[in-house]
Ligand binder design. Sequence first.
Ligand code: GLN
Length: 308
Amino acid sequence: MSGPKNTALQAALTKIDQTVRDEADWGAPAQYIPQLAAIDPAQFAISVCLENGAEYSAGQSDTRFSIQSISKVFALIAALGRVGDALWNRVGREPSGTSFDSVILLESEKGRPRNPFVNAGAIVTTDALLSGREPRLALAEIIGIVRAMASDDDIHIDASVARSEKATGARNKALAHYLDSHGNLDSEPELTLGTYFHQCAIEMTTLQLARAGRGLAGFANAPSVLPLRRAKRINALMMTCGHYDGSGEFAFRVGLPGKSGVGGGLLVIAPGRASIGIWSPGLDHYGNSKAGTRAAALLSNAMRWSVF
Ligand code: GLN
């Protein structure tokens, strides 16, 4: 049952949708994944779930988009469920100050990535989830968690996006082989990468994404996939590392934990208050959604949701 509607929130979303379309400052879609490069950047959607069950949207909230690095949040939840705190022996919890696909710290830090949200850390996280079993079983676990958290079985992987990335993903291949050279991969690099590319190719709408974030927002009625103690920690990582070298800027502008993907998606959590899914495929120079970040800042200001 959903609770009473918050008309101020709906009005804020409608206004934000109008504002970003009027400003038309979209940025460009990710160029290095051919399937994403072809997407029209002039698109926008936003959805919000509240604890009372009420849901709000504006823009193209029933368009599915590639969640890309937002999948790293769900893979982390799955990996922590499988191996627990032992994961932190293989990956750190500090912001990197480097771009999402950087190799630079891996050499000086001997193959232990800074955090689970840069690509190197996400590849290690997926490898921990994969270890000792077939990729399809690890993928089934990630997608099962996404579906359970969103209370929706109609969430799937677009295999053509995974293939598109595999064909062009030289940088991720380099990262995986470098991790392997430091003994920080259990599986063959190609197997771990194949799993990683497929998890990144999960497609969702902003409404499905907002629903999937309810557990991170700590809602009492969220599906019980994620213990509160773990949600707190994942929100902390999203705040400090969720936007790579743009994480400080996102915290400064929005004041909320968030995770971006190069598909232009954003999952933003206002702990105890709201779970927010945003999509606009044009990116800024960090690889984070340009209009999406603008929208998150406008919403946080309008609703006074910043944690600061
Ligand atoms: N699949 C993408 C990659 O590995 C994810 C990156 C992202 O969304 N920032 O490059």
